[in-house]
Design a protein around this ligand. Structure first.
Ligand SMILES: Nc1ncnc2c1ncn2[C@@H]1O[C@H](COP(=O)(O)OP(=O)(O)OP(=O)(O)O)[C@@H](O)[C@H]1O
Length: 305
């Protein structure tokens, strides 16, 4: 059986429209499936947790929504081993970019159903205050998290999403946060060595290269086990940050001397005070956290990487 988890409000209603188109197709009507429509934040996680316990013979959980919905589903399914797939219906849809899932919703569904085995994908785990959250795409601490927070709370996000210009809401939020942001000091532990990063703007850890609706935040990031690509931006002027973010779309920012890039299998962060953090674009905050790669891969159906 295929399970569809649909976020009707993702992408300003795009999630629901995508599902409605699929429901009318012969393919959808020919397969054995059940669908769930999310009604509130966190609902996709609850549904996923519940279906794991119900002992249904699930072939794939197909997510129709955005990256936030993917995040909830991977957290809910945990280590169940149930394969997933994603039909983009959100505003950013970076998980689809990272996994090279493209084409019309129907074409993606065809590919999911025709595929025998999924591609193996390794998520990451962030533990803060004894709570572990899984991230499918990336996490960011500091500047980018404040931008995500600002964009998510803004009235213009829906407006730009309606025009299919979702990235513009991040650009506006960036300008807004830029002039208020105060760099912080972060103590970072990697491979048993602790060092302090002064005037830190952001620390980002990604499972694939895309984030923020198509920015190539870590262009070298590959989908692979054990390796966590880390990007740190520090000791940079506000004006240079602006220039840097323009080049992020092409992945050229890694040439800036203020950008540090390395790989590890585990990283611990200790900050002076709680700081904004984004987990797959969802807002939170943390002062002490540990990030590791998940050992158990998830099968992604319909992906091509
Ligand atoms: N019925 C609902 N009403 C309000 N919020 C919902 C509902 N169902 C899900 N949500 C919440 O909607 C939020 C946004 O979902 P999601 O991230 O999938 O879409 P998006 O923000 O449009 O896309 P992206 O993250 O790719 O930019 C999530 O936090 C999710 O929990």
């Amino acid at each position: 059986m295929y399970i569809f988890i649909v976020n009707p409000v993702a992408g300003n209603g795009r999630g629901w429209k995508v599902f409605q188109k699929l429901v009318k197709s012969d393919l959808y009507n020919d397969i054995n499936s059940q669908y769930y429509v999310t009604e509130y934040e966190g609902h996709a996680e609850e549904i996923s947790r519940r279906i794991c316990k119900e002992n249904k013979k699930i072939k794939t959980v197909i997510i129709i929504g955005g990256d936030g919905t993917v995040n909830e589903v991977v957290n809910g399914l945990g280590s169940s081993g149930i394969p997933i797939s994603f039909i983009p219906g959100g505003s950013g849809n970076d998980f689809a970019r990272g996994c090279n899932i493209d084409g019309s919703p129907l074409a993606i569904l065809e590919k999911i159903i025709a595929g025998k085995e999924g591609k193996l994908y390794w998520t990451g785990n962030l533990t803060s205050d004894s709570i572990t959250k899984t991230f499918a795409n990336s996490i960011g601490i500091g500047f980018d998290a404040q931008i995500a927070q600002r964009a998510n709370q803004s009235s213009y996000k829906n407006f730009f999403n309606r025009l299919h210009l979702g990235t513009l809401s991040y650009v506006l939020a960036l300008i807004h946060v830029l002039f208020k942001f105060k760099p912080f000091n972060a103590s970072i532990e990697v491979n048993g060595t602790i060092r302090t990063i002064h005037n830190c703007w952001m620390v980002t850890i990604a499972n694939h290269q895309y984030y923020g609706g198509g920015m190539k935040i870590i262009p070298t990031a590959k989908i692979q086990p054990e390796v966590l690509p880390v990007l740190i931006i520090h000791d940079i002027s506000k004006w240079k940050v602006l220039g840097l973010f323009i080049t992020v779309f092409f992945g050229k920012h890694i040439g800036f001397k203020e950008v540090e890039l390395f790989e590890t299998d585990k990283i611990k962060l200790r900050l002076e005070a709680p700081m904004a953090i984004q987990i797959d674009g969802q807002n939170s905050s943390s002062q002490y956290c540990e990030i590791v790669k998940n050992k158990q891969p998830i099968q992604i159906m319909g992906a091509d990487f």
